[in-house]
Design a protein around this ligand. Sequence first.
Ligand code: ZN
Length: 679
Amino acid sequence: MKNLLYFTLMSIFAVATFTSCSSDKSNAEEFDWVIDTFDDVKIIRYQVPGFAELPLQQKQLIYYLSEAALCGRDIMFDQNFKYNLAIRRTLEGVYNNHKGERESAEWLAFEKYLKKVWFANGIHHHYSGDKFIPEFSQDYFTKLVKGVPADKLPTELGSVEELLATLTPIIFDPTLYAVKINQKEGEDLLQTSAMNYYEGLTQAEAEAFYNGITDANDPTPISYGLNSKLVKENGKAVEKVYKVGGMYGPAIEQIVFWLEKAAGVADATQRPIIEKLIEYYRTGDLEAFDAFNILWVQDTESNIDFVNGFTENYGDPLGRKGAWEGIVNYRDEKATERTRIISANAQWFEDHSPIDPKFRKPEVKGISAKVINNAILAGDAYPATPIGINLPNADWIRRDYGSKSVTIQNITNAYAEAAKGNGSNEEFVLREEDRERMAQWGALADNLHTDLHECLGHGSGQLAPGVKGDELKQYSSTLEEARADLFSLYFMADPKMIELGIVPNEDVYKALYSSNILNGLMTQLSRIEPGKNIEEAHMRDRKLIAEWCYEHGKADNVIEYVKKDGKTYVVVNDFEALRGLFGELLREVQRIKSEGDFEAGKALVERYGVVVEPELHAEVLERYNALGIQPYGGFINPTYTPVTDKDGNITDVEVSYTQSYWEQMLDYSQNYSFLPTLN
Ligand code: ZN
C-alpha cells in the first residue's frame, strides 16, 4: 500500500525542521527544484542527502539495485495499456528524427503530448486514468510519422500505413479506450477498462477463474493472479505469467542480471533476500514471492532497502494484478527516531483504537517503521511517486510477520521546496491563526500523518473469522486508505503523542485537521476536470472523510463553509468534536472491513466520496488557475556513475543532478527499453 501526496497547503511553508542534515539547507538555496512544468504537472528534482558519505559497499548495492529498477520501466507502460509502448516509440521516433521546424504551435503540442505520455507511463492520465487527447491534429501526426525513416518506428505493427491505421484512432478518438480503470458498479469492469491485465474475458469469467483456484479456508493464501495477465485462449482462461522466459521475460532477465550483481555485494542478511527474489523472477512461483516477502519484511536493520516487483493493485479494477515497481532507498537515521517511538508503542495505539474491541489485533506484530530517502524511482513509482509505503500487501504475511512502513523524507522535502511561496495558502485559508499553524507545523504534521498512516493505520485491526478480505471489491482501496487516514487523524490529537515526545503541542494536530478538511472538501478538486467525478482511491478517501464529518457535525457547526467577498472557505470550529467524528467513522470503516460488508462500504463511498458539487468545483478551479499552480508533481532521478579502477572494480559511485526531463526520458528509452512493442 502506498500513500500519495495530495496537494497540502501545509507543504507550502514547509520549514526546515525535518530536513535531515544541515547541509541540505545550503543546497536548497541554489538548487533548482522545479525543472519543468507542463499541463497539470511539475517535474521536481530530488536530492539524495548523505549518499556521498555511505560506505562503498552500500553505494555499490544502491547502484546495482538502481540498475535493476530502471530495467523494468517498459513493463509499467505495457501493463497500463497494450498499445502504450507502440505509441511511445512512435512519438520518440518522430522526436529523434524530425528534420523540420520545432517552433510551431503544433510541434509544441506534440512535445507536450510526448511529455505527458512519459509522465503517465502511457496515454491515460496517471491519476484520473482518463485518456488525454493531443492538442495537434491527426493530419499533423500523419505528416510527422511519414517523415520518419520506417526503421526508426516500431515495425511490429507493420508498415508505416498500418502503424498509422492502428494508432491514429487509439490516440485521437475520445471514445476508444477512454478510461484506464472503470469502477462503475453494474458495468463489466474489464471490458470497459483499458488496462492490460486481462484480455478477451468478461469480468464474470475472470472472477470465475480466480474463484475456482482460491481456497477460502487457506490461512496463508498465495496472491493468485498478482504476476500475470489473464487471457482467453481457445475458449479457456489462461494466465500469461510474468517471469524469465514468460511474459515480460526480456525485461525481467535484465532485472535479474543486476539483482545478481547486487547479491554479489550484499551482506549475509540481504544476499538470501535478493536471491529469493531472483528465484521468484525465474520461476514466476508466487510461493517464492511470499517466501521473499517473509525474508524481506524481517530485515529491519539493513540501511539500504528496495522494492522490486509486481506490487500494488490499484491499477486492476478487480484489485488482483500487481503493477511493476522499483524503488531503492536508504535510511535517514535522525528522522527514523520518531518512527521508532511510534512503532515501539504500536500495541498501545491498537488497544486504544476507537473501534469495536473484537476487531482490534490482540497482538500487534513486527511493525517496523523508518524514514528513508529514495535513491531511485522506477515503474509504477516514477515519475509520480508515493511519499509513504507499507509492504508487503499480503494480509496473512502482515498478520504473521508484520510489515515494513516507510516515510519518504527526501521526496516530501522536495515537494515542500517546490511549493514554496505559490500563494495558495493566502488564497484558500481564511483565518490567520490557521495559516500560522500550517506555516509553523505543517511539515511536521504532514510527515507524522504519513508515519501514522503507514506504520500503524494500515497494519491495525483484524478481520472477523471467515472473512477473506476481498469482499469489498472496487471499494476496497478507498476504504482501506480511509481506514489508515482515520487512524492517523484520530491519534494525532491524542495526548499520548505529546507524552511520547513526538509532537510538541496541540497546534500540530490542529494544523493537520484544518488542512485535511479543506483539502477533502475543496482544494483537491483542483485535480478534477470540470464535469468529472472523483475516481482515485486516495482522493475518494479524503473526500469521504471530510464530507462525512461535515454532515455528521453539522448540527454542532463543527465544520463550516464561510462566504467572504464572493469566495468560499472551509473552517474547522471545533477540533475536539472533529476528533470524535474521526473516531466514530474509523469504527464504522473498520467494521465494514472486518465484516466484509460490501453494501455498507459501497453506500459510504458512493454517498460521500465520489460526487463533485459543480459550483464549488468551478470556483476552486478558477481560483487555482489564477494562481498558476500545477496540482501534480513528479520526480526525475539523480544519475549514478560508477568509478572503476583499471580492473573494472567499482571504487566509488558518483551522483549528479544534471539531466533534464527530456534527457532522462530519452536516456531511459534508449538504454533501459527491453520489451517488444507488443507483449
Ligand atoms: Zn495508504
